[in-house]
Design a protein around this ligand. Sequence first.
Ligand code: PEP
Ligand code: MG
Length: 577
Amino acid sequence: MIKGKVASIGIGIGKALILDDKEITLEFDKVENPALENLKFNQAMEASLAEINELYEQALSTVGIEKAQIFEAHSLILQDPEFLENIYLEINENHHKASYAIDIVSRRFMEMFQQIENDYMRERALDIKDVSHRLLKKILNINSVSLKDLSEDTILIAQDITPSQMVNLDLKHTLGIITEFGGKTSHTAIMARILELPAVVGARGITKFIKTGDLIAMNGDSGEIFINPDKETLHRLMEEKRKIDFQKKELQSYRDLPTTTLDKRCVQLEANITSPLDVDSVLKNGATGIGLFRTEFIYMDREFPPTEDEQFSIYKSVLERMQNKPVVIRTLDVGADKKIPYLKIPNEENPSLGLRAIRYCLKNKSIFKTQMRALLRSSPFGNLKIMFPMISKLEEVLILKEIISECHLELRQEGLSFREDIKLGIMIEVPSAAIMADLLTSHVDFFSIGTNDLIQYVCAVDRLNEEINEIYDPLNPAVLRLISHVIKVGEETNTEVSICGEMAGNEKMTQILLGFGLSKFSMNPSNILRIKKLIRVLHFERARVVSKEVLNLPSSSEIKNYLNSAHDKINQLSKKS
Ligand code: PEP
Ligand code: MG
């Protein structure tokens, strides 16, 4: 089994098709007859333009106008007088072959764009590369594997898959994609999510381990890739897939139903997102709001931080699409496993305990202020709440508030509008913050418990270290006691508390969290309807009793046994409903 990074959830099983996009090799030979090369170039250009127009139409109907615009840009490059003039010049004056002329002119233009201090222009260099590749393939008669008409269920495997390839997919037969490169915010990952296609990215070396025709089973939820899996694994994954597909259909009937227990306790189910594109899934699953927008993902897969205006338009679009439902946007949580090379966090002995999240932001004020100004400016467009990650002491909150006041002052002086009443909250994910939650309540409007980190810090176990994974235990009594403590503080001080770590979407934990008094859960949108269905057959008062009993159990294994039997009982109830 090989593991990559989770990019788009779901299980895919099919035959491997390796997209072997070899580097094209070109000959430098001079030609005697430039007219023939002009003709070759013109034909390649026309064929490419026709192909790009077709791709544009396909993209419009599959992934929408925003992504389709990539092909509009490609078409403009192919008709750009300066680009064309340079190619004709290389052919006619320097007697280069058409292929060689395309290559050197594209490289020249790419270099030019790459040097411009503007992200948008730098991205145009990639468009030129894509266009020149298309032209070269036409001239050199290189036929790419057609992805449009596959004859069997297929998992596509490649070093990287371009947007052009993504919109060209035969969605009936493409059941998953795996790439060697790229991260969660690569175009491939983003488009895979829109297309609801399971995807694993960053699977280094995968193209060397797999041959076309191998049977592949991949799990987009865990990043696991099985090559020619044994019968048992295959059966397990097929079974899981069948269950997921069935549940997905069945759960849609819960979308507009209220999330209330049998004894009428109301619960809010919000969604975690990493990109504005995830809002589709938030709405499809009927979330009552966004409880966590992990903004660090908009800083990834690029060379410079997003500008204030770029961020403003992202936050504004999310707020507008959520139509006044609450949207909690968390400020940059960089560091530890979330590496962003250009932010230049030094190598540290213990990155999880080091310069991450709010610690980085407080030491790099201008980056933080850019984000804060963008957030404030977006506030008139919806119901924005701002949240700070990794708070470990009160002083951090006080400094943050000073910086926010500075931003207010600047925006006022610049005549830019913002809301004065934005709710400010903190992640409770460091034990010190959890222990002194009562002392923090008067300084913030809400808490959101980040169980992913809270577990790692309470149990002193690296959340990424597979070797000692059994110590990373959501059921460790200390973890549960701390969570219960924070929720109780919230109840006593009328401070809103939610949970946005993975625990919120874990069915086995629902009853106990509800019993602790939690009434706001934030999770991956794809978990929402499943948790809603479960809560609708739970009894709040019974959950209170269960959670009280759990808090008295001395070990995780005893808690596990207790919850399993409670969960079985609920499952029976759920099946009857
Ligand atoms: C958490 O720590 O629980 C959390 C939600 O934040 P992240 O997983 O992004 O660290
Ligand atoms: Mg965290």
